[in-house]
Design a protein around this ligand. Structure first.
Ligand code: PAF
Length: 279
């Protein structure tokens, strides 16, 4: 595997490649990321991964400085997956001057759910993803459904800018007890780790209620948040949305069987976890 930090060198290395499959990451790789690499391999060749902890998508009181950085271990994992190039730019490589041009998602998609609780987050994500796409020029790029809103925003960005990159969605990779794998799980204490699967259980309970015909969405969301809070969680939201545009469903949408997804974000101790489930 070639490890490249400069944009110029990356372009030289990938010149003429028409079927590149790309997986952008922030490192601290776990099985979830590796499943994205395997899916990428099915959709293109060569597979290119990136590791870049993107300051633009972290708020002033978030965990940019303490975000886990495990570069050597990550390299070994990517080598085993047969990744051809790891693009691992420094901040100076990717942002040689302050990144003044930014991509701002539309408010209805970018300022709701995660965007409401993490202002500016999606502008940071789309700006770096567009820049990484410009460096790698992939034909396909793989994003996990774990970050459902991110996946949807990147997909819409790619479509609206007519980028030549098809966005592929990968299923969420879960531990045996249901907890979605995430780099931030490493912040959990053993007791919190034992409690953490309740988030996914709660999503399943909500989904079961909806499937069973309980369509008072607001009531379901409120009750689910209360159940989490009773076990020491601090929920930011549990929200049932339309899969198509992540807007709340109207009574008419529900009557017509619109496809739904339930999304959640909640803090356990100091760790903020997110998850979602298609209904
Ligand atoms: O999902 C992530 O790890 C990041 O948001 C991404 C897509 C690599 C952009 O920094």
């Amino acid at each position: 595997m070639k490890i490249i930090s400069s944009i110029e060198e990356l372009r030289d290395q990938l010149r003429g490649q028409l079927r590149t499959a790309f997986v952008p990451t922030m490192g601290n790789l776990h099985e979830g990321h590796l499943s994205l690499m395997r899916l990428a391999r099915k959709h293109g060749d060569p597979v290119v991964a990136s590791i870049f902890v993107n300051r633009l998508q972290f708020g002033p009181n978030e965990d940019f400085d303490k975000y886990p950085r495990t570069f050597q271990a990550d390299i070994e994992k990517l080598e085993k997956e047969g990744v051809y190039v790891l693009f691992a730019p420094t901040e100076r490589d990717l942002y040689p001057e302050p990144q003044e041009f930014r991509v701002r998602p539309p408010d209805d998609l970018g300022n709701t759910l995660e965007g409401e609780f993490r202002p500016g987050f999606f502008t940071g994500v789309t700006t770096v993803v567009l820049k990484l796409f410009s460096c790698v020029q992939p034909r396909v790029a793989v994003f996990g459904k774990k970050d459902y809103q991110q996946l949807m925003i990147v997909r819409n960005m790619s479509k609206q800018f007519a980028l030549p990159t098809e966005i592929i969605a990968a299923e969420t990779y879960r531990a045996d007890d249901g907890l979605a794998l995430s780099s931030r799980n490493g912040y959990l204490t053993p007791d919190e780790r034992a409690e953490a699967p309740r988030l996914y259980q709660t999503l399943n309970e909500v989904a079961d209620e909806v499937r069973g015909g309980h369509l008072d969405i607001f009531d379901l969301e409120r009750q689910a948040m209360a159940r989490l809070a009773a076990h020491g969680w601090k929920p930011d939201y549990i929200s049932i949305r339309k899969r198509a545009d992540l807007q709340p469903p109207s009574a008419g949408d529900l009557a017509q069987g619109e496809l739904l997804v339930v999304l959640a974000a909640a803090k356990l101790g100091v760790t903020r976890l997110i998850d979602n489930l298609e209904i």
